[in-house]
Design a protein around this ligand. Sequence first.
Ligand SMILES: Cc1cc2nc3c(=O)[nH]c(=O)nc-3n(C[C@H](O)[C@H](O)[C@H](O)COP(=O)(O)OP(=O)(O)OC[C@H]3O[C@@H](n4cnc5c(N)ncnc54)[C@H](O)[C@@H]3O)c2cc1C
Length: 401
Amino acid sequence: MFIIVGTGAGGAVIARELAKNNLPVTILEKGPYIHSKDAFNYYDKYNDSVDLLTTTCIGGSTIVSMGNMVRALDEELLEFGIDLSKDYEYVEKLVEVHGLDDSHIGSGTQAFLDAGHKLGLKTLKMPKAIREEDCIQCGKCAFGCPVDAKFSGKDLIDEAVEVGAKLITEADVYDLITENNIIKGVKYHKDGDDVEIYADTVILAAGAISSALILRKSGIDAGREIFFDPFVTVGGYLKDINFNTEVQMAGLVIGENFVLSPHFSSFIGANIPYDDVEDKDILSIMVKTPDDSKGYIDDNGDVFKTNTIQDIRYLAEGAATAGFILEKAGVDPKTIGSTVYRGAHPGGSAKIGEVVDSNLETEISNLYVCDASVLPISPGKPPILTILALSKRLSDYLKNK
Ligand SMILES: Cc1cc2nc3c(=O)[nH]c(=O)nc-3n(C[C@H](O)[C@H](O)[C@H](O)COP(=O)(O)OP(=O)(O)OC[C@H]3O[C@@H](n4cnc5c(N)ncnc54)[C@H](O)[C@@H]3O)c2cc1C
């Protein structure tokens, strides 16, 4: 039997692939099974020193994602003998990755794309896993899609369950059962009880923070480092642009050390020195960068993070470029300001080459990690597609094994 812990980017593909091959799969999910539109209630809380966004519910953080799907870390993974090209093709087809139809590109996004082109920047539509026929263009992806128009891990878990996988929700996995350094099962809390469940193979896909804590409990030293792809949103005043209700992050500018994407933040309004400013008058851009793995997770699951000079330099380069784009797009330059620094892509807490090998197996036989924990360095761009491809690759490996 296979136990998969977590139903987000890492857990969902492997659950579907193994179950579709008639293999016995039990999926343990800490959060509840919810409707996507309620996902905003399931954001996690960390200590005050980091502003880190993750969710605990069916689908994990994929359920609040923007549906952005880009390939990342190809060269870095090749250094570990991991060639994801076929896996990318498979998962891109599975979740239907494409640039949005023009009908779903709003005026703020178009202004971003036009300005990027005029400035000679590498500018394109963001590859997305959003179904235009269902999308109502409400701008609420990060709250959880009200009409299920966007891919999330929940879709693939539903498919796995349809073909026989067992899903146990509100099952908080906290430890592993091992014997002679071989995995035998996991322990979890459910409804106030301590439960043990046995399996030949366990795949931890509980996200960069929980997977590291579970590993550490069993003596594997994980979570001593973590990155989280920091971001700020830079924006200003552009009267009646109505960007706040557009599909978010539908454009992309790729810089050497950052990516930029149009992204509404109501916090920008506080920087604008006009009395009449409303959300509909804000055009803003997310600046996302790769960061050094200078964070760590303590034994309580709190996350701490230090920024290096390079982290700050990359953010500054990205923010300055965002300012140029905003000005070119017609934003009043006197109003341009930034939000505080946040993170939404925790990873690198159980890196390939350190905690897992290139088949994602740990030093405990038949215990695998398959989520953002294993990424060797910060991608500085949306990681879901890479995690889905790694998950597909692991499912093939396990099927053959
Ligand atoms: C607002 C927001 C928007 C984003 N948009 C994008 C985007 O557009 N594109 C992109 O590529 N990335 C995006 N990301 C980042 C992306 O969602 C994450 O990087 C990705 O989901 C990480 O995958 P994962 O498998 O490591 O973790 P998750 O997808 O978070 O999955 C972890 C799973 O494990 C479960 N779990 C946790 N602890 C336990 C436990 N102890 N026992 C059992 N289960 C447990 C969780 O509930 C969850 O289901 C976004 C993130 C946020 C917060």
